[in-house]
Design a protein around this ligand. Structure first.
Ligand SMILES: Cc1cc2nc3c(=O)[nH]c(=O)nc-3n(C[C@H](O)[C@H](O)[C@H](O)COP(=O)(O)O)c2cc1C
Length: 335
């Protein structure tokens, strides 16, 4: 029987149970994006909670793709040692780990240096910045940067690499009709809008020589289920098509969240608010799916696994608030 505390094999990697710590930025890096020893300490401590997989917060793949002044980075080889310390701290408690790699596009703080890039020169509804429309050369450079960052993830000793394609950051901006008005092959149609994420998946797979299973944090829709906050945004149907294409491209885990409305949409409360995304995606793909968002009760997590709504459950804020959450969940679900 599918159970919250049953093992899961993912592309040759065995997860001890179905619980995942989703990526949550700690914003503790220095000016160069080097993780501080406190960051490794934080992740080491979160790994002791008993989750099977810790997804480390978003690291930028280039300096101009950095969202905020204290975000950690994987934009150069100088960042590998700090990440190796994070991976080792997580492995010390027997958990596995993923590093999330990201380009912020135009969803970054206004004071960030360097060119502000996006698919089209239209206002980002989250940051309200208007980026420069990326040229073909800019696109090629970003694809290469994701590949180089993935190689660093591999060298740092992580078990998985996760590509960030959600929350109004660059790859989510490409997916969304609100921010992608391109008429070339990287826009125009829903298939055109998902071309860049798919090309990055190929580049990342080649960079890790197929050694690390790939995860994608996918913003399934720009609006939360049953609410219309952003008129004309990415629809669930288009998000499911993107999920299918990523599945066909060999992604091992789709880590679901939302697009432009973000991971914690304004006014949304209650348990498992993105469950409808997981239901729609799980029935359309063969790869594994993570359901995250407002899960606080062990019973909710157990139901999501038992019903096959998702293969894995992300518990973020509830686990940060209570490091005993997993142990209590094991008791509550009578193990
Ligand atoms: C402080 C904080 C930082 C976050 N940073 C990231 C991030 O770096 N990458 C990402 O994909 N999601 C990020 N998220 C979203 C979480 O991964 C998660 O989807 C969200 O918190 C909802 O899950 P929860 O209700 O279990 O906390 C962040 C959330 C919080 C609260």
């Amino acid at each position: 029987m599918k159970d919250l505390f049953s093992e899961l094999d993912v592309a040759g990697v065995r997860l001890a149970n179905r619980l995942v710590l989703p990526p949550m930025a700690t914003e503790q890096a220095d000016a160069e994006g080097l993780p501080s020893p406190a960051t490794a300490g934080h992740y080491g401590s979160m790994a002791t909670t008993g989750v099977a997989l810790v997804v480390v917060e978003h690291s930028c793949v280039t300096p101009e793709g950095r969202a905020s002044p204290r975000q950690i980075s994987l934009a150069s080889d100088a960042h590998v040692a700090g990440h190796a310390a994070i991976a080792a701290a997580i492995h010390a408690s027997g958990a596995l780990c993923a590093a999330q790699i990201s380009h912020s596009g135009s969803n970054r703080r206004a004071e960030m240096p360097g060119r502000c890039l996006g698919p089209s020169a239209v206002e980002n509804p989250v940051s309200h910045l208007v980026p420069e429309e990326m040229s073909k050369n800019d696109i090629v450079a970003v694809i290469r940067a994701f590949g180089a960052a993935a190689d660093r993830v591999h060298r740092a000793g992580y078990d998985f690499v996760e590509i960030h394609c959600a929350h109004g950051y660059l790859l989510g901006e490409f997916l969304s009709p609100l921010t992608n008005h391109r008429t070339d092959t990287y826009g125009g149609t829903a298939a055109g809008r998902r071309r860049l994420p798919l090309e990055i998946v190929e580049e990342v797979r080649a960079a890790v020589h197929g050694d690390l299973p790939l995860m994608v944090r996918l913003g399934v829709a720009d609006n939360p289920p049953l609410l219309q906050l952003y008129e004309g945004g990415l629809t669930i149907a288009e998000g499911v098509e993107a999920a299918r294409a990523l599945d066909d491209a060999g992604v091992a885990i789709l880590d679901l969240s939302a697009g432009i409305c973000g991971s914690r949409p304004a006014g949304i409360t209650g348990e498992a608010y993105f469950r409808p995304f997981a239901e729609a995606v799980s029935s359309a793909v063969r790869c594994h799916v993570v359901c995250t968002g407002g899960i606080t009760q062990p019973q909710t997590a157990q139901e999501i696994i038992e019903n096959g709504t998702a293969d894995l459950v992300g518990v973020g804020r509830a686990l940060v608030a209570d490091h005993d959450w997993v142990r209590k969940a094991r008791e509550a679900t009578s193990h």
